[in-house]
Design a protein around this ligand. Structure first.
Ligand code: NAD
Length: 430
């Protein structure tokens, strides 16, 4: 078998042009590959063809020269995937009714099997439970009549991009790589070695799949730890933020995680449940850390609303009839990503209690993904002096740099600050 990908740049297909796929496709195109960015979403492909990026980390200015030179092309025609040397699968892995939903991976592998050639390489990048590459993707690709590891290369390499992070980008974040056999690993290591600074080979696909879930579960559990501590500390009159900062001065054995209004995005609310589902299925045991962390983090919106209700009561007001302005609908600062955002649950709770809710977010469009449907009905306003002073209470949820914090502190009657960006008599920090 020819080691196509190790012979230098060739034709690459990236299946899924979202946060992960578009970043990867652009990086591969800049590294000399002829890249097809394949996606089933008509609107997304239309925008990419027009040179209009919808992902903050990939500017339209970065996309334009790649489109002009033909190094990158977006398509939703599977026929454009023909003749690929390497295909990278970066499609969503959501939960459906609380269970892993691998339907997008299945569709992608079925589509690619029709174009598989001897010597080609397929890499799964979507986050998923251990065993997916070997037990699900390999048999679907082998419908082609070719055998994984013998006729084509196959492996798993988890994506670690952190949208909005300018220090750690795709190219300088070490990339864990794996293959179904030694030849696949070698080929996949060579491919990633040509687009990122450092590769971290591991002995099999299950280890790489597990490593990704471990990274996100570690973060999820530690956020839950400080979140739960926050709820106790407030009742006991201790400033948990100051305690965390003090603990973080220890030069070894402590990592700094901060509390917040809940977790969101495609990863933390979902990936740990893939791990706990897998543990239950394979070992017949509950992954108690994951269950507990889910419980704590999922209840943070209730805690935020409870704190707001108490603060309003102190000021002689009830939630019912009060005007609450939410600042930041994205799940974290400086991103437009509102998937699974805790802001949606907070808005829902406040509306159910009879509050009038408005929201300001310079990054999130009026219509956000269906999972956050309640936010579509929330009136959007600017975070200007008039809007801030008109609200009975403001909740700072995502601390975008674009907000004017001096203005927020001076114009608002009361602020519940879930990110510790503000101080003043009219401000409570979560
Ligand atoms: N967003 C992150 O920061 C991040 C980081 C690391 C890993 N991941 C993982 O990477 C994967 C992708 O996440 P994302 O955030 O890029 O998702 P996304 O929703 O931003 O993008 C996925 C894209 O795949 C497309 N798609 C769905 N089914 C398809 C199919 N059959 N063929 C072609 N395209 C298809 C969708 O239309 C969408 O444009 C997930 O498994 C996620 O957990 C995400």
């Amino acid at each position: 078998m020819n080691q196509t990908a190790s012979q230098g740049p060739g034709r690459a297909v990236v299946v899924g042009q979202g946060y992960v796929g578009l970043s990867l496709a652009v990086r591969a195109a800049e590294s000399g590959y002829e890249v097809i960015g394949y996606d089933v979403d008509k609107e997304r492909v239309g925008r990419l063809v027009a040179g209009d990026s919808y992902i903050e980390d990939v500017s339209s200015a970065r996309l334009s020269p790649l489109l002009a030179s033909g190094a990158y092309r977006a398509s939703r025609d599977p026929a454009d995937c023909e003749g690929f040397d390497i295909a990278l699968i970066t499609v969503p892995t959501p939960l459906s009714n609380g269970l892993p939903d691998l339907s997008h991976i299945v569709e992608s592998a079925r589509m690619l099997s029709g174009f598989l050639r001897v010597g080609a390489t397929v890499v799964l990048e979507s986050t998923t439970y251990p065993g997916t590459t070997e037990e699900l993707v390999a048999p679907l690709l082998e419908v082609s009549g070719l055998v994984a590891g013998r006729d084509f290369y196959l492996g798993y390499s988890p994506e670690r991009i952190d949208p909005g992070n300018t220090r750690w980008r795709l190219e300088n974040t070490p990339k864990v790589v794996s293959g179904v056999n030694t030849a696949s690993l070698e080929c996949i290591k060579n491919f990633y070695g040509s687009i990122v600074d450092t590769t971290v080979p591991v002995s099999n696909c299950r280890t790489a799949e597990m490593a990704k879930l471990l990274e996100n579960t570690f973060r999820h559990v530690n956020i839950a730890l400080v979140n739960e501590l926050t709820t106790f500390a407030h009742d006991l009159g201790v400033d948990v933020w100051e305690a965390i900062d003090a603990a973080a001065t220890k030069p070894h054995g402590f990592l700094r995680f901060l509390p917040g209004p809940g977790v969101g995005g495609h990863c933390l609310p979902i990936d740990p449940s893939y791990l706990s589902w897998w543990a239950e299925r394979t070992a017949g045991r509950t992954f108690r850390f994951v269950e507990l962390a889910n419980d704590v983090n999922n209840h943070m919106p209730d805690y935020v609303v409870g704190r707001l209700a108490a603060a309003l009561k102190q000021r002689g007001k009830a939630v019912e009839g009060s005007h609450v302005l939410l600042l930041g609908l994205a799940y974290k600062a400086n991103t437009s990503d509102a998937r699974e955002t805790p802001a949606a649950r907070i808005a829902e709770l406040l509306l159910a209690l009879g509050a009038k809710v408005t929201a300001a977010d310079p990054h999130v469009a009026q219509s956000v993904p269906p999972a956050s449907g309640v936010l579509d009905g929330v009136l959007r306003v600017p975070a200007g002096p008039r809007e801030l002073s008109a609200a009975d209470a403001v909740i700072l949820l995502a601390d975008h740099d674009a907000f004017d914090y001096g203005l927020i502190a001076t114009c608002s009657t009361y602020v519940l600050d879930c990110r510790r960006r503000l101080c003043g008599d009219n401000i409570d920090v979560l």
